[in-house]
Ligand binder design. Structure first.
Ligand code: FES
Length: 568
């Protein structure tokens, strides 16, 4: 290949680094004649623990052959590999979010440490794509994200059902005390092949966001794992990274404020996961961009029609979305609202890629003039109860209630809330608050799904609003569920000052959540102190000490860049 830039990996031939590295690599069978080729990391975020990445080793060997044929020298790099349904078992699921930053750090150590020239990242389970994008933005070496595909939907009671749906049903049954052998039968049929969970949850959402950002080749998300389309994307990714190296195109040429905004618009249009808010904010911060992603969701949500209705938010399957053209077709339909001049790893602009995509079918992927809804499925709120932001997920096409006003009932843990439901201490019209479980307080954000199930079991899910600084992802509420309130209670947020009976007003149309208590009264209240601190050691201790607010993506270093929401 023609190379027009100096490679950072080519140390002076007789330098100590070059000589000792040569000794290592020649001993591994690498031809000395190949040592000055561009050195590309194949970031394999996998292990034996989960179906999400069970197929990635097979991609590595194909990619190695492709890259060698393109005149490059590939190296497989393995990182930690979190799976949300495996690594959530210990310490109440608190390893899940820290794993995102752990993977980004793994990549930094291996790619920066070895001074490799570029990387192809095999992205699968929820935290891996944001981690790969964060590392790309941080290291700024030519990089391509490879969405590695979703698993076949499982079978449950004669119909198709994805594993998240089965998990939620199983958890609900367990809470109701109705769990029996049928749960095991459901589990045995839940996953029918490798790949990420098959709904439009975080993994598929982030795969599509990567394509909208321009960091994955066009037409690569969503794809069925191990399908011809996936393999085509893998091979085009190899060619793309070769072109990026040749032309010295780096992530910071591609991940810009405008391309992040394009990704936000795309997530709003498809009804993606609410986790994309914090992950795209983290990508922006790691890339050194001064952009408030939370505010982008809040403002653009009101002017971005919803073009798709995919499970778990709507009725269509992720397979239907792929068959209708996937992200490329969504981007084509959405193009009038996007910045089409943004560069992509294909070497073309977003508009050029969109022009080559097929139009929407008007059914699974609709046009701007005939959307499923003009009410956003992801709503970011701000107000006196969430100065930096909070997020709500709503079903498509019927988004449910838009306003709620009621007295607060405060709980300090999910378990305390569940006990209150069982004791009939929560009534219709209440605003149930579960606080102290944010990124610092949790640490790493507790999930409150058991509390929602408990409300559902009493027929209160659409009668009670829920507000928490923990996570509500994976849940579509029939009522109003406000998650990820920031600043969190443990970081001095107003949520920590709320008392039972305080009036709270939530207005999804205006994007506000307010605590209707006189500021002077609030100022006189004692600061929040956690009822009980979750015992942590090791990584979680380090995480608690270094994690930044959700407003800057919950990244781990205060030195990384601006904290957009915190400036407000
Ligand atoms: Fe990995 Fe769902 S558990 S994508």
């Amino acid at each position: 290949m023609r190379r027009i830039v100096e490679l950072r990996s080519n140390f002076p031939a007789n330098s100590a680094h070059a000589v000792t590295r040569r000794a290592q690599w020649v001993s591994l069978g690498i031809d000395p004649a190949d040592l000055d080729r561009p050195k590309v990391a194949i970031v394999n975020t996998s292990n034996d623990l989960a179906a999400c990445f069970a197929h990635l080793d097979g991609l590595v060997s194909v990619l190695k052959d492709e890259l060698r044929a393109l005149g490059m020298l590939p190296f497989e790099i393995r990182t930690a590999a979190p799976s949300d349904f495996i690594t959530n078992a210990g310490r109440g699921g608190r390893y899940v979010l820290p794993a995102r930053d752990l993977v980004a750090n793994d990549i930094e150590v291996m790619v920066e440490g070895a001074q490799l020239d570029a990387m192809i990242c095999l992205s699968s389970c929820d935290k891996t794509t944001p981690a790969h994008l964060m590392a790309a933005g941080r290291l700024n070496v030519p990089a391509v994200i490879v969405p590695c595909g979703y698993q076949r939907s499982g079978l449950a009671e004669g119909g198709e059902a994805d594993v998240e749906e089965i998990f939620l049903r199983a958890a609900q049954q367990a809470l109701d005390g109705k769990a029996d052998g049928s749960l095991l039968e459901l589990a045995d049929g839940a996953i029918r092949g490798p790949g990420v969970c098959s709904g439009l949850a975080t993994a598929n959402s982030m795969h599509m966001a990567a394509e909208a950002l321009g960091m994955a080749v066009t037409g690569s998300a969503p794809v069925r794992a191990l399908s011809d389309r996936m393999w085509d994307g893998v091979r085009r990714a190899a060619r793309a990274v070769a072109n990026l190296v040749e032309n010295d195109v780096r992530p910071r040429d591609i991940i810009t404020a405008a391309s992040i905004t394009n990704a936000v618009r795309t997530m709003l249009a498809v009804g993606g996961s609410i986790n994309t808010v914090k992950h795209l904010q983290a990508v922006a911060v790691e890339t050194g961009l001064d952009i408030d992603v939370w505010e982008a969701y809040r403002v653009l949500g009101r002017e971005t029609p919803t073009l798709c209705s995919i499970r778990p938010n709507g009725a269509d399957l992720i397979e239907d979305l792929e068959d209708a053209g996937g992200a490329a077709t969504v981007l084509r339909e959405l193009l009038p609202l996007l910045d089409g001049d943004q560069l992509t790893v294909d070497g073309r602009t977003l508009a050029e890629n969109a022009a080559a995509a097929r139009p929407g079918d008007g059914a699974v992927i609709r046009g701007l003039n005939d959307p499923f809804s003009t009410d956003p499925s992801i709503v970011v709120l701000r107000g006196t109860l969430a100065e930096h932001g909070a997020v709500v997920k709503r079903p498509i096409p019927d988004p449910g209630p838009r306003r709620f006003r009621g007295p607060a009932k405060v709980f300090h843990s999910r378990e305390e809330g569940v006990a209150a439901v069982a004791a009939n201490k929560i009534q219709a019209g209440d605003v149930a608050i579960i606080r102290g479980i944010g990124v610092t307080g949790g640490p790493a954000m507790g999930m409150i799904s058991a509390f929602i199930f408990a409300l559902d079991g009493r027929g209160l899910a659409s009668e009670v609003a829920v507000v928490t600084d923990g996570q509500m992802s994976g849940l579509v509420n029939h009522g109003i569920g406000v998650g990820e309130v920031s600043p969190e209670a443990a970081a001095g947020g107003a949520l920590g000052l709320v008392k039972d009976g305080d009036l709270i007003e939530i207005d999804l149309a205006d994007g506000r959540i307010d605590l209707l208590v006189d500021p002077e009264v609030l100022a006189a209240r004692p600061p929040f102190t956690p009822r009980e601190q979750v015992e942590t050691t090791g990584l979680l201790d380090q995480y608690r000490a270094t994690v930044q607010p959700l407003a800057c993506g919950a990244v781990l270093s205060p030195r990384l860049g601006p904290t957009p929401g915190a400036r407000r």
